[in-house]
Design a binder for this molecule. Structure first.
Ligand code: PEP
Length: 248
C-alpha cells in the first residue's frame, strides 16, 4: 500500500498561495508516498496545472447530483474536469456547518465514484461523545452510513478525525488512535473482505511536523489528513518526509 499525505486547505488560499505547491513539488520531486492537496474550488484548476504528476489534487465537497439547479454547488464531474482525482467528503466541518448526514455523505460518495474520483470519507467523534464512551459506536455508524457498497480500496480512503482534535492542537494518545484505527480496519474488513487491508486509513487532527512520526508509527495509520499544517510547504513537507520515513 502506498501511504497518503493529504492536505485540506479549507477556506484558505488565493492565487499567491500556489507558490506553496511549487515548493512542495521542489522538495519532493519523486515522493515515496502519495501527496494530495485539496484547495478551495476556486484554486483547483490552477493548482492542478502546477501540481505535476507527483501531487494529486482534490475537492473538499461535491454535490450528490451530476448537474442541475443547485446554486453554489459543485458536481463530482466538475471537480474531475478541474483536474481533481480525489474529493474529501463528510468532513466534520461540513457535517456541522451544513448538517450533512451519513446518508447524504453516502450519496455524495457514490457520485464521486461515478465521476472517477477517489473519495476521502471522514469520520470522528465529538469530545462529548468520547467523554461518554461512544467513540466506537459513533465511528461505526458513520462508516456504515457514509460508505456505499461499491467502494473499493482503489476508490476509498477513510480519514479518522476526532472533532475535538481538529484545529485545536490537541491530539489523542497513540493508544486512542490505534484503538479507533484498528476498529475501522475491522469494520471495513467485515464489510469488504480482504480488499479492506488495502484501504488507506488516515489520521487527522492537529498533525504537525513534530508529532507526525509517532502518529505514523501507529498500527493501521496509513497517512494523515492535515489542515493547518498543509498551508505552508515547510510544515507539510516535514509531514510528508515523516510519512516517507515511516514507510521504510
Ligand atoms: C482537518 O480539518 O481535516 C484537520 C485535520 O485540520 P488540522 O490539521 O488543522 O487539525
Amino acid at each position: 500500500m502506498r501511504k497518503l499525505a493529504a492536505g485540506n486547505w479549507k477556506m484558505n488560499g488565493v492565487a499567491a498561495n500556489l507558490a506553496e505547491v511549487a515548493a512542495i513539488r521542489a522538495a519532493h520531486p519523486a515522493p515515496g508516498v502519495d501527496i494530495l492537496l485539496c484547495p478551495p474550488a476556486t484554486l483547483l484548476s490552477r493548482m492542478s496545472d502546477k501540481a505535476g504528476a507527483a501531487i494529486f489534487t482534490g475537492g473538499q465537497d461535491c454535490h450528490a447530483a451530476a448537474s442541475g439547479a443547485h446554486t453554489g454547488d459543485i458536481s463530482a464531474a466538475m471537480l474531475a474536469d478541474a483536474g481533481a482525482s480525489h474529493v474529501i467528503l463528510g468532513h466534520s466541518e461540513r457535517r456541522a456547518d451544513h448538517g450533512e448526514t451519513d446518508a447524504q455523505v453516502c450519496d455524495k460518495t457514490q457520485a464521486a465514484l461515478a465521476a472517477g474520483l477517489t473519495a476521502v470519507v471522514c469520520v470522528g467523534e465529538t469530545e462529548a461523545q468520547r467523554d461518554i464512551g461512544e467513540t466506537l459506536d459513533v465511528v461505526g455508524q458513520q462508516l456504515a452510513g457514509s460508505i456505499p457498497d461499491t467502494a473499493t480500496s482503489a476508490t476509498l480512503v477513510v480519514a479518522y478525525e476526532p472533532v475535538w482534535a481538529i484545529g485545536t492542537g490537541r491530539v489523542p494518545t497513540l493508544d486512542q488512535i490505534a484503538e479507533v484505527h484498528d476498529f475501522i480496519r475491522a469494520e471495513l474488513t467485515a464489510r469488504f473482505g480482504d480488499d479492506a487491508a488495502e484501504i488507506r486509513l488516515l489520521y487527522g487532527g492537529s498533525v504537525k511536523p513534530g508529532n507526525a512520526a509517532e502518529i505514523f508509527a501507529t498500527p493501521n495509520v496509513d497517512g494523515a489528513l492535515v489542515g493547518g499544517a498543509s498551508l505552508k510547504a515547510t510544515d507539510f513537507s516535514g509531514i510528508i518526509t515523516a510519512l516517507e520515513n515511516a514507510r521504510r
